[in-house]
Design a protein around this ligand. Structure first.
Ligand code: MN
Ligand code: MN
Length: 458
């Protein structure tokens, strides 16, 4: 065999960067929409409101249990305000299966403790309890936003969002100056800012000449929202970085933002579903789940029966057999991949890593060490999805999280597999996963949209 023929046999990753100007303009337009979403939906409740609102504006109707459905019907189903599912009923009966894309809209962040407010030496603070896997030291000395809901004793609800608008105040966790940081600097990175050290400054003026900084904060909260300290105890408030998404590099090829993981997959899959102009062959379902970062537990996590029950309800609404539907369905567990980071190359195995600008990352398995806790998709599933993406000309690549013994991670794939539905991980590769801002390729984000479109059409 001649060398040029032999070289054709080699596998090479393709680029996700389009060369065509019209295609590049489409990428920029989509990235603008994506950035609007992530800058305005920094917690799961906001992401539910945002997507549900957009879907309703595009003709989706809230699904009511017991209603009948037919091809072309578009529905949404909000699950306890923190997760949401969307579906478009396809031409084929549901017995022939659905095309499901499942991702998550919760992010690692700092939740306020149930009894958060206290005062210490003239400063008022909120105690926090971190949610998901964070590097605690990154959360000091940056501006923070506060989002969530508070219920007054009489049951009335107040939605709180402070810090996103540039005229809003922000919140802040102090760090020790290096000048007197000898003891702190000698500790390991997981200890030098302990969990109990993540205390958010929320006020510093006294109520009167006798002091009372906590009382001053309570009086402001009462004047502005009509709430008391008792109401903070039943509230759900979350702090996230007060930072908006930005373009990175002279070539503006990358986007840094808080919480790409996993809204970077949620938004493209959502848009692929709501923007589809034709009725799909198979019923399309997009699941935007909560609680992935803490193990998918809880009524809004993908471990909840609510999700398969929704599929069951769709089967009942169209007269299909649930077991047949699950057996013939296929799901993309759409979650971010860890892109190879040249500055931390020792943690990766280069040949089995995914790279920026090389398209969506497919992972046959995730898990830790010996694939522990993952669903490990079969060759049949991987081959099927690869064929769908190849036929649509979508750039894709395969890779693992890092070196085998370095650690690992899980996704919602195991939960989907538990329902009895064939599933594989497919998402956007990112750098600095779980940092206060994460980095991703514009072109890979757009490729996630193209992958979602191709998958839902298949
Ligand atoms: Mn994720
Ligand atoms: Mn994550």
């Amino acid at each position: 065999m001649e060398r040029k023929d032999a070289e054709k046999l080699e596998y090479k990753r393709s680029w996700s960067v389009p060369s065509d100007q019209a295609e590049l303009a489409k990428v920029e337009a989509f990235i603008k929409d994506y950035r609007h979403f992530i800058d305005n939906a920094k917690i799961e409740r906001l992401a539910v409101n945002y997507t549900e609102g957009e879907a309703i504006a595009k003709g989706f109707k809230p699904f009511t249990l017991g209603q009948e459905l037919k091809a072309g019907d578009k529905i949404s189903y909000v699950n306890h305000e923190k997760s949401v599912m969307f579906a478009v009923i396809g031409k084929k009966p549901l017995d022939e299966g659905c095309r499901i894309i499942a991702s998550h809209i919760d992010n690692p962040r700092l939740d306020l403790k149930p009894q958060p407010l206290y005062e210490n030496n003239g400063i008022a603070y909120f105690k926090t309890h971190y949610y998901g896997g964070i590097k605690k030291y990154q959360w000091t000395a940056i501006p923070l936003e506060l989002h969530g809901v508070v219920y007054r004793a009489d049951g009335t609800r107040i939605d709180i969002s402070i810090g996103a608008d540039e005229n809003d105040p922000v919140f802040y966790i102090s760090d020790l100056m290096p000048h007197i940081g000898k003891d702190q600097m000698s500790k390991g990175a997981s200890e030098f800012i302990p969990g109990e050290g993540l205390n958010i400054i929320n006020g510093s003026l006294p109520l009167d000449t006798d002091g009372g900084v906590k009382l001053k904060v309570l009086s402001i909260l009462n004047e502005k929202y009509g709430i008391t300290e008792r109401d903070l105890i039943t509230a759900e408030l979350t702090a996230v970085p007060a930072m908006m998404s930005r373009e990175v590099g002279f070539d503006r090829s990358l986007i840094c933002a808080f919480g790409h993981d996993d809204r970077i997959c949620a938004y493209p899959s959502f848009r692929a579903l709501v923007d589809a102009e034709e009725i799909p062959e198979h019923t399309s379902i997009v699941m935007l789940a909560d609680k992935e970062e803490i193990g998918s537990y809880g009524v809004t996590g993908l471990g909840s029966e609510t999700y398969p029950d929704f599929i069951k309800a769709l089967c009942e609404a169209t007269g299909a057999n649930y077991l047949a539907c699950k057996k013939n369905s296929i799901c993309l567990s759409a979650d971010v991949g860890g892109a190879y980071d040249p500055c931390f190359g020792d943690a990766y195995e280069a040949a089995n890593s995914v790279y920026l600008h090389r398209g969506v990352a497919i992972s046959k398995y995730t898990g830790s060490r010996g694939k522990s806790g993952c669903s490990d998709a079969s060759a049949e599933t991987l081959a099927k999805v690869a064929r769908i993406l190849d036929e649509a000309g979508v750039a894709w690549q395969v890779g693992e999280y890092g070196k085998v013994d370095q650690g690992g991670a899980g996704t919602v794939a195991a939960d989907i597999a538990h329902y009895g539905i064939e599933v594989i991980d497919c998402g956007v590769p990112i750098l600095s996963m779980h940092s206060v801002t994460e980095l991703a390729s514009k072109y890979d984000i757009y490729e996630m949209l193209r992958a979602s479109v191709a998958f839902l059409k298949s």
